[in-house]
Design a protein around this ligand. Structure first.
Ligand SMILES: Nc1ncnc2c1ncn2[C@@H]1O[C@H](COP(=O)(O)OP(=O)(O)O)[C@@H](O)[C@H]1O
Ligand SMILES: O=C(O)[C@H](O)COP(=O)(O)O
Length: 436
């Protein structure tokens, strides 16, 4: 079990390194009456306001409130249900009692709900009231899409949920999902920036998407939507049934061209630091050979598992223990009605084929946000010991990896962290031992 312990330690150290406060401390400061973000400056001789949505924005807001101190007048955060309870023993991760920020919790299991919609309405109201004499800080991280739902006129939240659920189950990637979300939502695809105009808007983004596309992270509420015309292609590609109302919205031509000169968007962090921290942690644990495979892994988990197998087969010939780190966000086509997430599915899928290939391995796949699919696990870790279990195929087919790992080894192969307060996609850790 040493390798299972090591893999978990490496994952936890990587997550610790990407706490959002660290990113802000390094990139944002106040001096001489100005807010500095990297080399750009924004005068602070005006009231500042914060709106934030996403799994990492509580930590971002805690740090921003420290940085802005008395310049900060008001603000609203939309964060996942249960976040504050998770951090109740870590007051440094929570807002102070006298904070001017208001928190809404919602979007349980990453599904937009009425609570998140209340938050979105409050955020809209705050932004509508701003003038050119205010400064608006928009804090964004992955999960923001589900935490800022405000369906366009006529569309119900229920239908919006269904469309996104069906696309997701069909295997749509996050760019495709958010392409549709941008069209269906009032605040996404630049909507928030338009509502806040003429207020100066500074957006700080923790990236949870490969390549850091600012127009897609949390569905780009402060970035012009340039792919409105692609939304129907996504609907057709995944063959999703939609109502006449949704169809009208998605087919709607762009009404106006809007100037986004009042907005400055900054990526303040991504999964690079997590990968570096994972490598360091592996070295500290005594692994002499540590390799970063990729930080941009995408594609169906079945293909991703095969890619890892190929790497493992190549590495194992070299006859030394190696720790391979990977990161990114694969997808799953959910055909069964079991319980799981893409990380647990990948861990099970890889373990099955690695056992069949006779490898001696430990493989961990976990979401840095701590929540994999609609489960209470961040992901799973697995080893050679699952080899030979006949029923694995049934669990894989039924997308029921959570049930598999819950029953196996007393559930010890499930990695449970709760909300981590950050979100820079998934991490994979493969420890490979030489064949004896
Ligand atoms: N039973 C399941 N087995 C495997 N994957 C699943 C299952 N249910 C949902 N998923 C996948 O989980 C992903 C959504 O999980 P989530 O952790 O909320 O992702 P994110 O944090 O990126 O939004 C989707 O890709 C979906 O296909
Ligand atoms: O973490 C998440 O929930 C996903 O990566 C989606 O995030 P986004 O659409 O809010 O970027």
């Amino acid at each position: 079990m040493k390798y299972v312990r090591d893999a978990k330690t490496i994952f936890l150290n990587a997550v610790g390194a990407v706490q959002p406060q660290n990113f802000l401390r390094n990139r944002v400061k106040v001096s001489s009456g100005k807010l500095h973000v990297d080399a750009e400056t924004f005068p602070l001789n005006r009231p500042c306001h914060i709106v934030g949505f996403g799994k990492a924005v509580l930590g971002m807001a805690v740090e921003m409130e420290n940085i802005l101190s008395s310049n900060l007048r008001s603000g609203i955060l939309s964060i996942p249900a249960g976040t504050q309870e998770c951090f109740k023993d870590q007051p440094q991760l929570l807002l102070k009692n006298n904070s001017v920020l208001r928190i809404f919790e919602g979007a349980k299991d990453n599904i937009p709900d009425l609570d998140a919609m209340e938050a979105a309405k409050a955020i809209k109201d705050l932004c509508v009231g701003l003038t050119k004499d205010d400064l608006l800080l928009v804090l964004i991280s992955g999960g923001g899409s589900a935490l800022l739902p405000l369906p366009k006129f006529g569309l119900s939240l229920d239908e919006k949920q269904k469309i996104i659920k069906n696309l997701s189950k069909g295997g749509a990637n996050i760019i495709e999902l958010n392409c549709v979300r941008k069209m269906l939502s009032e605040l996404k695809g630049g909507g928030l920036a338009q509502i806040a105009y003429p207020c100066r808007v500074v957006t700080l983004i923790l990236s949870d998407i490969v390549g850091d596309p600012i127009d897609s992270i949390a569905s780009g509420p402060t970035v012009e939507n340039k792919d409105a015309h692609l939304a129907m292609e996504v609907i057709n590609k995944y063959n999703v049934d939609i109502s006449e109302i949704a169809l009208n919205i998605l087919q709607q031509p762009k009404l106006e061209s809007f100037n986004y000169n009042h907005v400055a968007n900054f990526i303040i962090g991504n999964n690079e630091i997590a990968c570096e921290a994972a490598k360091r942690s592996a070295v500290n644990l005594g692994y002499n050979k540590v390799e970063l495979f990729s930080k941009d892994i995408q594609g169906d988990v079945v293909d991703v598992a095969k890619r890892y197998l190929q790497i493992a087969l190549d590495e194992v010939k070299k006859n030394e223990t190696v720790c391979i780190i990977g990161a990114g966000e694969p997808t799953v086509v959910v055909k069964g009605n079991g319980l799981g997430g893409r990380n647990q599915q990948l861990a099970l899928e890889f373990s099955k084929i690695a056992c069949e290939a006779g490898l001696d391995f430990c493989f961990l796949s976990c979401g840095t946000d701590g929540i994999d699919g609609p489960t209470d696990a961040a992901g799973a870790v697995s080893t050679t010991v699952i080899g030979g279990l006949q029923e694995i195929d049934d669990f894989l087919e039924n997308n029921d990896a959570y049930s598999f790992f819950s029953r196996y080894q007393n559930g010890e192969f499930l990695v449970k962290t709760g909300h981590t307060g950050t979100n820079v996609m998934d991490l994979h850790i493969l420890i490979l031992k030489p064949k004896t």
